[in-house]
Every structure is written in C-alpha cells, then in structure tokens.
Design a protein around this ligand. Structure first.
Ligand code: PEP
Length: 251
C-alpha cells in the first residue's frame, strides 16, 4: 500500500542555527502529536548532519534537496549521493522545477541522479510539472508524461517502486496560486495511469504521488482528500513549524 507523506522543501532558506532550531521544533511537535502520515524535511546540504543529530528519524525523516550526477571526483562545489547518505539523510528531492529551470537539469542528468540516489539507499522524491503556458495551451498531460517517461522509465519495476513522485505545477510554486483539488486529482490520476501502462496497476497503485504548489493549512485537507493525492511537497509553509504541522494534521 502506498504511503501518505508530507515533505518539506526548505529550499535556500535558514542559516544552520535557524534550521537546526526549526528541525527541533518540528521533531518536538511530532513527538507530541503523532502524525497520520510520514513526515520528512528536505534541508540544505550544510544542515543535513546537524539536523540528523537533533531529530528522531522514526518520527521525522530527513532528506536533501538535490545531489550530483556523479558519485565522486573533480566536480567542484557538487555534493554526491554517497555524501548525502553519509549524513544520515534518507531522501533526496530530484528534478525540482527550480533546478530544471535555473540549473539546466535534463532528463539525462536526472536519470544519473536517480540511479546514484537509489544505489546509495536514498529515496528520490522526483518532481514533475508543467509551466503556465503548457497548462493554458492544454499540453500539460503530455508534458508531465514525457517528464516521467524520460526521467524514470529506464528503471526496473523494483526500482521504480522506490520512487516518490511530486506533481508540482510550476505556476503554483511560490505564487500563492494553488491548483484546485480537482485539477490535482485529474493530473494524479493521469500520472497513475501512465505508470500503470508501463509497470502495471499494482506498481501504480503503490506509488505515492504528492502534490506541491502553494499548499498550506487552509487548503491541504481538500487536496489530501482526493483519492490519488497522497500528500504534499511543501515549500514556503514548511518554514514555520505551526504551518507545516497544520498541513501534517490535514491527514
Ligand atoms: C516547492 O518548491 O516544492 C513548493 C511546493 O513550494 P511552495 O509550497 O512554496 O509553493
């Protein structure tokens, strides 16, 4: 059975000290109020080892926001999947639209990153989603299908089963403009059918598909009530413990 998951994406926010404090707060809140879903925070590389030291990963999972497409070597400034895993992190966001847009990530580099993440025991949270123009010209289903096919369909069924997907319409990220629950459900059902065509219904039914894009405490319950929406990838609202917990409690 697929899991319900709420994952925070802190992006390039918080100093180390602020981040450790926020992680401590979320961890304490989860100890006090048991969540009805898995909860994960994905934090800057610089924070991973310290945050791992202050949280209990039985209640709060830890992830990175990216990893390199090489395992080691002369790639100045990059951080590899083995390095991420060595901090104690268990997850890694891959293919976030900001990485695709600002850092030129392609399906080819993403396939390398996914392979290295899996080889190092990390669970990829693989992001897909159309831009506003594609939503408006009606190509969004094809665009998202192509991102899944090109980025992930080289995997065996067993490895695909280790992936968490996050549908994040780019026009909804950080804009305050959320997809309606019906728009999210339509796309998540489409994504599940794309997976079923390739790997079969069982794999599709077992894949967690998160929604991301201006998700907040006030709209999370309506989104999460949809049958194919298995939780959220949360940006801005993950930076305040009360807001993040408000979303967690939507389950
Ligand atoms: C994100 O960047 O993954 C995201 C969903 O951001 P926000 O919640 O701020 O729209």
């Amino acid at each position: 059975m697929r899991k319900n998951i709420v994952a925070g994406n802190w992006k390039m926010n918080t100093t180390l000290q602020e981040g450790v404090k926020l992680a401590e707060e979320v961890n304490a809140a989860l100890k006090e109020t048991k969540a009805n879903c898995d909860v994960v925070i994905c934090v800057p590389f610089t924070h991973l080892a310290s945050v791992n030291g202050v949280i209990d990963q039985n209640v709060l999972g830890l992830g990175a926001e990216n990893c390199a497409d090489h395992a080691s070597g002369a790639y100045t400034g990059e951080v590899s999947a083995p390095m991420v895993a060595s901090t104690g992190a268990k997850y890694v966001i891959l293919g976030h639209s900001e990485r695709r847009q600002y850092y030129g990530e392609t399906a080819e580099t993403l396939r390398e990153k996914v392979a290295l993440a899996l080889a190092n025991g990390l669970t990829p949270i693989f992001c897909i989603g159309e831009v506003l123009e594609e939503r408006e010209n009606g190509t969004y289903n094809d665009v998202v299908k192509a991102q899944i096919v090109d980025g992930l369909f080289n995997l065996s069924a067993e490895d695909f089963g280790k992936i968490i997907l996050a549908y994040e319409p780019v026009w909804a990220i950080g804009t305050g403009k959320t997809a309606t629950a019906d728009q999210a459900e339509d796309m998540h059902a489409h994504i599940r059918s794309v997976i079923a065509e390739k790997y079969g219904k069982e794999v599709a039914d077992n894949t967690s598909i998160l929604y991301g894009g201006s998700c907040k405490p006030s709209n999370a319950a309506e989104l999460f009530a949809k049958p194919d929406v298995d939780g959220g990838l949360i940006g801005g609202a993950a930076l305040k413990c009360a807001d993040f917990m408000g979303i967690v409690k939507a389950f």
